[in-house]
Design a protein around this ligand. Structure first.
Ligand code: NAD
Length: 263
């Protein structure tokens, strides 16, 4: 008998929000390597991201839903199901950051961060669960943060949103506990992406440091490893959460933080 080596996620469909860059693109690439077809989402020209995914041999499309708009989020989920005939894996990853003290925090920035980093996860999950329930299998993976579990000064909106994502993860895990659907969160520490590069550049400017010194200072304040986690490593954790071994992990928070929260 001849057995082909079928990738673990072959035939599955994944939506990764905010996957034109950074962690989302890393997760999408890892899921594609495991065989899943991909719906990418996010701002900017998606040509390079689509090519990176298609190079693995799977099918990939892009939908430009603005994750701050509930109707567009629903359209993204419908588009995925119509394009590939189902939706098996939802990765709620799109997110933004803004750093300012509470008394100086622009109100419209607060609303935007809550909308993109928290409410979008509710809207996408709400739209995806009926499709997953009909199939009897599903994976919802929420990219939270160490800031879903602890605070840092200047990050009120982000920390509030990420704590909200952890709470939502728990409730969604409970509501699906008797099904083949699991809902879990990944909590990265510092990962070098454009979102973090901006914070390094701001620190270098504010304290007249070289980029190298600002990088070491940023890591040194929080992350005992003094190294970034990589988007490939976060992708590997997402693939694990889609595996049979993770089938009874429900409502978990998987820290990938170089020891940040071990302190
Ligand atoms: P990034 O800036 O590299 O990527 C963000 C992605 O989200 C991009 O594709 C962008 O186009 C998209 N996006 C932003 N606003 C959007 C909107 N309104 N609608 C649709 N797409 C939108 O950032 P990243 O560092 O890769 O962050 C990804 C996720 O990981 C975020 O939720 C972030 O909070 C989380 N996270 C990042 C780190 C880190 O150290 N980089 C640590 C913990 C958690």
């Amino acid at each position: 008998m001849h057995h082909t080596n079928r990738p673990a996620l072959a035939g599955k469909t994944a939506v990764v929000t905010g996957s034109t860059s950074g962690i989302g693109l890393g997760i999408a690439t890892a899921l594609a390597r495991a065989g899943a077809n991909l719906v990418l989402n996010g701002f900017g020209d998606p040509t390079g991201a689509l090519a990176q995914i298609e190079a693995t041999g799977v099918r990939a499309v892009h939908h430009n839903a603005d994750m701050s708009r509930p109707a567009e989020i629903e359209a993204l989920i419908t588009f995925a199901a119509q394009t590939f005939g189902g939706l098996d894996i939802l990765v709620n990853n799109a997110g933004i950051q803004y750093v300012e003290t509470i008394e100086n925090f622009p109100v419209e920035r607060w609303d935007q961060i809550i909308a993109i980093n928290l409410s979008a996860t509710f809207h996408a999950t709400r739209a995806a669960l009926p499709i997953m329930r009909a199939a009897g299998w599903g994976r919802v993976i929420n990219v939270a943060s160490v800031h879903g579990l602890v605070g840092s000064v200047g990050k009120s909106a982000y920390v509030a949103a990420k704590h909200g994502v952890i709470g939502l993860t728990k409730v969604a895990a409970l509501e699906t506990a008797r099904s083949g659907i699991t809902v879990n969160a990944i909590c990265p520490g510092w990962v070098l992406t454009p979102l973090v590069q901006k914070q390094i550049d701001d620190l270098a400017h504010r304290e007249a440091l070289s980029i190298e010194d600002a990088t070491l200072k940023l890591l040194g304040e929080k992350q005992p490893s003094a190294r970034f986690a990589s988007v490939e490593q976060i992708g590997g954790v997402a693939v694990f959460l889609c595996s049979e071994a993770a089938s009874e992990m429900r409502g978990a928070e998987l820290k990938v933080d170089g020891g940040w929260l071990a302190q």
